[in-house]
Design a protein around this ligand. Sequence first.
Ligand code: WT7
Length: 656
Amino acid sequence: MSDRYSPPPAFAARARINADTYSALGLDRVSDDDAERLAYWSHAAEALTWRSHWHTLLDWQAPRARWFVGGTLNATESCLDRHLSTWRRNKAAIIWEGEPLQGERPTEVRTLTYQQLHDEVCRFAGALQNLGVETGDRVCIYLPLVPEAVIAMLACARLGATHSVVFGGFSAEALRDRIHDSACKVVITADGGARKGQIVRLKDTVDQALSDQRTSSIRHVVVLKRTGHDVKMVPERDLWWDEATANAKPLYQAVYVSAEHPLFILYTSGTTGKPKGVVHSTGGYLTGVSRSYRFVFDHKDQDIFWCSADVGWVTGHSYVAYGPLCNGATIFLYEGAPTHPEPNRFWDMIERHRISILYTAPTAIRTFMRLGDHHVRRHDLSSLRLLGSVGEPINPEAWRWYHDVVGGGRCPIVDTWWQTETGSIMASPLPGLTTTKPGSCMKALPGIDLCVVRADGTACDPSEQGLLVSRKPWPSMMQTVWGDDERYRQAYWSQIKDPVTGQPWYFTGDGARFDEDGALWIAGRVDDVVNVAGHRLGTAEIESALVLHPAVAEAAVVGRPDEVRGQAVVAFVTLKADQTPSDALKAALAKQVASEIGSFARPDEIRWAGALPKTRSGKIMRRLLRELATKGRVDGDLTSLEDFGAIAALQKDDES
Ligand code: WT7
C-alpha cells in the first residue's frame, strides 16, 4: 500500500536491528514480560562503564524508581574515557560549524577528537573545581551552541556536579527563576552568540538575572569569548573561560557517583505558572539514551550524526551529547539559524560535511518545504542514510516531503515520540525493521510500556482515542521535580491508576490512539501545555506573564493549530476598567511576555475580551476559547457558563 513504507532492503540488510537480529536478540518478547524487560535493561546498562556493579536492578515504589541501586559510575567515562583505549581516540567526537557573524569572520569549523574533547572536559572540570564547585553542586549553563556547551556539561558531570542548561533564548527573568530554584553556584555563559547575523548578548542577560538577591547562591560567572564585543566583567565574580582553564589542574580522575546521582536538571513547562525542574539520574538516564541512540539511529562508526536541537532542550542533552557520545559517534553541531544566511544552509552543510543522519523537528521540515524543493535539490545529499523527526506530530504531507525530497526516497524516517520527562525515546520505528506509516511513531521501543487508556484506566479499543500512559518504570524516567517530590507525584502519577490494583501509572499529558494494526498515533497534549515549533510552553506561564502588566485584569492563553509551527499561541486578555485597548498596548503585552519568558513565547495573536467565559465555579473554559481561536465560533453546550455574554461578545468581535 502506498501509505506504508517498508525499510529499504539495502538499509535493512546492514541494519543493527532487522528482522533477523530482532528475534535472535529476543527483542520481540521484551515488552510484555516483566522478567524479560528487566533482563533487557540490565543488558543495556552493561554497555556503560561502571566503577562498581549494582546489587539491585530496580527498586520500584511508585512513583519512585531506583535503578541500578548500589552501582557507581561517572557519566564522562562512558562518554569519553572508554573510547581512549580504542582507535576512536583519534575519531572526531564533534564537528562544529559556526554561524558567520556579518562580514566579521569566515565560516568557522572546529573538530574535536575524543582525545581532545576528553582533554578539554578534564581541564574545564579542574577549572570548575578551582572555583569551588563540588560534587552535588548545581551549575547553570547559558551558552550558544558551541563545542564549549558540550564541554561544560561533561565537565560538570566529571565532577559530579549537576548541570542545569538554560536555552539561550530565555529571558533574564526566566534565567533568574531557574538559577534561584536550584540554587546554582556558578553560571557558565559567553559574551554572546550568533543568530541570523546578529549578536545575542548573553552576558548582559546574565548580569541582569544576577542583579537580584534571589540569585545570591552564585559565586562565579565563567565567560566564554565568542563574539568579542565588550561586556562588563564584575571583579571577583566574573572570569573568562580561558583564564579559568589556564592554571587549572585537569581532573583526569573522574568523581564516581551513585547510579541515582542527579546528572542534570532541565526546566520544562507544566500546567502551572512555575516551570518544573525535571531531574534525571546518571546510570538510568545513560542506559536509556545510549541504548535508544544505538537502536533508533542504527549507530555505525562511519556516521556523522546531526541532531539540530539546541543543548538547551532535552533533545540536545540526549541526542546531541550523551547518547551519541556513549556510542563513540561523531556528532555535528551548528550554531546558527536553519535558513541563515540562505535557505539552503542545512543542505549545504550536509553536503560539505557528508552528514549521514539528520534528526530535526517537523517545524523545520515544514519551513523548508515552504521554501521550495530547489534549495534542497541543488545539493548532493547522497551521504544521508537515515532521517529523524522529533518534538511534535509530523503531518503525513511533511513526512513524505522529507522522505522523497530530502531522503531521495532512500532513507527510512524515524518519528520519535518522547518527552523531557522520559529522558530518552519511548516510541519510534526501528529503521531496519519497522514498516512505517507517515505520521505515526509506530511502536514502543523494546523495554518500554505504552498504553492508551480512558480516564478510568481501562484500555481503549483500537482506533479509540485516549490518554497515553506508561504502566511500567523505565531506566531514563525522570526521578522527581527538583525540590518538589509532591509536585512530581501530582503532575504525573495522580491522574490515572490501574483500574484493578489501584497502582498509579505515569501519565504523559498526551492524547493518542493505537490503530487497527497497533501503530501509535499521537494527537498532542490534552493538558494546558502548548507546543509551538517544538518549544514547549505552559499556557499558565504566559498568562502569569501577561497579568504582570498593570493594564491587564485577566488573561487566558490557548493554542490553535498552525500550519508551520504545529501550534500558535492566542491570548485572550481582559483589561482593567480604566484601560482602553490599543495596538500599542498589544505590543507592550507581547514585550512583557518576551521579557518574562523569552521572545519565542510571544503570543501570535492577542485578543481583547470584555470578560472571559467561566464555569459556575469560576474556572476559565479554555476549551471554548480554543474553539473560538481555531474556528472563530463556538458550538456545543454552554450551559455551565456563568456568563453567556462573554462568549457572545468574543464571537461578535471576531466578525467585526
Ligand atoms: C511533548 C514533549 C521529545 C523531545 C522534544 C520535546 C510532543 C514529542 C513527538 C512526536 C508527536 C511529539 C508530545 C510530548 N512530542 N515528540 N514524535 N510526535 N508529538 O520535548 O518539550 O518535553 O515535549 O512533545 O506532545 O508530550 P518536550
